[in-house]
Write a protein that binds this ligand. Structure first.
Ligand code: NAD
Length: 265
């Protein structure tokens, strides 16, 4: 029996086989969960439907997280098909490309700021509003994905860093809102991984190298490792964990300088 046997999970954020959400889906299926997916726009429909079928799911619904109507339709369909929900995974992030290229003060705009926060932070609240009524009385779990750029600055990550800081604070407030109903809310702060979203960040290759050089594990992490942590966090094995941000980054966030960097002079 898997860690997630008997649980029903909605995974939002699969765009390709490289997606962190794909690593999560793989681990959830292996651990016995029944899965539902969403896709952003018609362009991704066929690809996500095929991937969903590969994970044994025939529930694949359109959902642009900027649309309250599409979000409502997703949860109405899940209520019809399943009647309840145990797990919500939010693996969504976006900022306009020009916000992620150059000096923060110069490139950040009112519009880009609003878009980044709406799609990357508010959307978790919007999805949680839809998921909570289906989770009541079921020890539910909600999970989102964040990045250490929320805590420390790095070139070009810019307004995404602010959106991730907002998302992490939102995890704590949502945990407070949902805890009395037995629902846990957490985030995973993943180290850099080459995905479609990551390709929008300038100098990403250098980020990967810096992370691998400095992290105590001396390597980058994989979507499979994030998936395994997500499976644990969303299982009853993690029943005492809520309002937490768990790093899956090889330990990078704890290390100001590696021995190699020190010796390089
Ligand atoms: P990805 O491109 O595979 O996934 C991003 C997802 O966001 C896509 O499925 C895309 O369709 C979705 N999305 C964007 N705008 C949307 C909208 N308006 N409506 C619905 N969906 C929308 O990239 P990923 O790296 O797997 O990103 C998943 C999450 O992980 C993001 O929150 C990202 O910030 C976070 N993260 C990524 C890394 C990394 O290095 N790749 C590190 C830490 C955290």
């Amino acid at each position: 029996m898997g860690m997630l046997t008997g649980k029903r999970a909605l995974i939002v954020g699969v765009a390709s086989k490289l997606s962190i959400a794909a690593g999560i889906a793989e681990a959830f299926q292996r651990e016995g969960a029944e899965l539902a997916f969403t896709y952003q726009g018609e362009k991704l429909k066929d690809r996500v439907e095929k991937m969903a079928a590969g994970w044994g799911s025939d529930i694949c619904l359109p959902c642009d997280v900027t649309s309250d109507e599409e979000i409502a339709a997703v949860f109405a369909e899940l209520e019809k098909r399943w009647g309840h929900l145990d797990i919500l995974v939010h693996s969504v992030g976006y900022a306009p490309a020009q916000e992620l290229d150059g000096d923060y003060l110069e490139v950040t705009t009112r519009e880009g700021f609003a878009i980044a926060h709406d799609i990357s932070a508010y959307s978790f609240v919007a999805l949680a509003k839809g998921a909570k009524p289906l989770m009541e009385g079921r020890s539910g779990s909600m999970l989102t994905l964040t990045y250490h750029g929320s805590q420390q600055t790095l070139p070009n990550y810019n307004v995404m860093g602010l959106a991730k800081a907002s998302l992490e604070a939102s995890v704590r407030y949502l945990a407070g809102s949902c805890g009395k109903d037995g629902i846990r809310v957490n985030s995973i702060s993943a180290g850099p991984i080459r995905t479609l979203a990551a390709s929008g960040i300038k100098s990403f290759r250098r980020m990967l190298k810096r992370n691998a050089d400095r992290a105590p594990l001396h390597r980058n992490i994989t979507i499979e490792e994030v998936g395994n942590t997500a499976a644990f966090l969303c299982s009853d094995m993690a029943s005492g964990i809520s309002a937490q941000n768990i790093y899956v980054d090889g330990g990078f966030n704890t290390c100001a300088m590696s021995i190699e960097e020190m010796e390089e002079g």
